[in-house]
Design a protein around this ligand. Structure first.
Ligand code: PGA
Length: 258
């Protein structure tokens, strides 16, 4: 069971590393670096989304963090070759799953498919990090309207009582995997739009329970600004979570004592 602390620092390993041994080595080094950090990093400090098959191998070493999946199927138990459903991930030890990452959306995941995935995952209380984000921005601000509609449509099958296991990630597609992150203020306006959509679905009280992350070219140099000025409760980190040193640098930047 995930005990939420704020901020939530999530690494997304994508199709790395090559072997489970490399993954285990990473987690062991990460644990050691956190334990010996001069900053006060909390007991449970990180989430790592890893390739499914590595999850059970990583869990015994991840004392200070949570290990989860990068995607899940929205299909029911039955005849679906190669599809892992939420209860299978949970039974294999996954603490959470990401759903709707833009790299999955790009391969043809529809809003309907995503809505079914998140409904099924939350139904069994599998903590879900649900991703949203525009491909590009227009001067009129239509992307904010589209963002709101996307949130509403994707969560249309979810009862608001289940919002307590939902985390939303705002990941502008133009900022992922590139050189230029969003600014904290660009992030802030998107977070307002997402909160507005959540409130219209579940009411203010339920909407407030949902933690929102920013993702897209996060580094040690911008991490703190997103948390302090971007209106988010955490970060979703791709490339900089795939090396122990850059991931620990971000944790240290977030928890630097003033
Ligand atoms: P990035 O990826 O940090 O490498 O931009 C973010 C993500 O894909 O979640």
């Amino acid at each position: 069971m995930i005990k939420r602390t704020s901020p939530i620092i999530v690494g997304n390993w994508k199709s790395t590393p090559r072997t489970k041994e490399e993954g285990i080595k990473f987690i062991k080094q990460l644990e050691k670096k956190i334990a010996t950090s001069k900053n006060k990093i909390p007991k449970k400090a990180y989430f790592i989304a890893a390739p499914d098959i590595f999850i059970p191998h990583l869990i015994p070493h991840a004392k200070r963090g949570y290990i989860g999946a990068e995607n899940v199927s929205g299909l029911e138990l039955g005849q679906h070759t190669g599809m892992e459903i939420p209860s299978q991930l949970q039974s294999g030890g996954a603490d959470f799953t990401i759903i709707g990452h833009s790299e999955v959306r790009k391969l043809g995941e529809t809003v309907e498919a995503r809505a079914q995935k998140v409904a099924n995952a939350l139904h069994i209380k599998l903590t879900t990090i649900l991703c949203f984000g525009e491909h590009k921005r227009d001067k009129e601000g239509k992307y904010l309207e589209e963002l709101e509609n996307d949130v509403k449509n994707t969560l249309s099958l979810v009862k608001r009582e289940l919002f307590s296991n939902l985390i939303v990630a705002y990941e502008p597609v133009w900022a992922i995997g590139g050189a230029v992150p969003a600014t904290a203020s660009e992030c802030f306006e998107a977070v307002i739009a997402i909160r507005r959509a959540l409130a219209s679905l579940g009411g203010i009280d339920y909407a407030k329970k949902v933690q929102i992350l920013y993702g897209g070219t996060v580094s040690k140099d911008n991490a703190k600004a997103f948390l302090e000025e971007g209106g988010v409760d955490g970060l979703l980190i791709g490339r900089s979570s795939q090396e122990v040193s850059t991931f620990v640098d971000i944790l240290n930047a977030v928890y630097t004592q003033k």
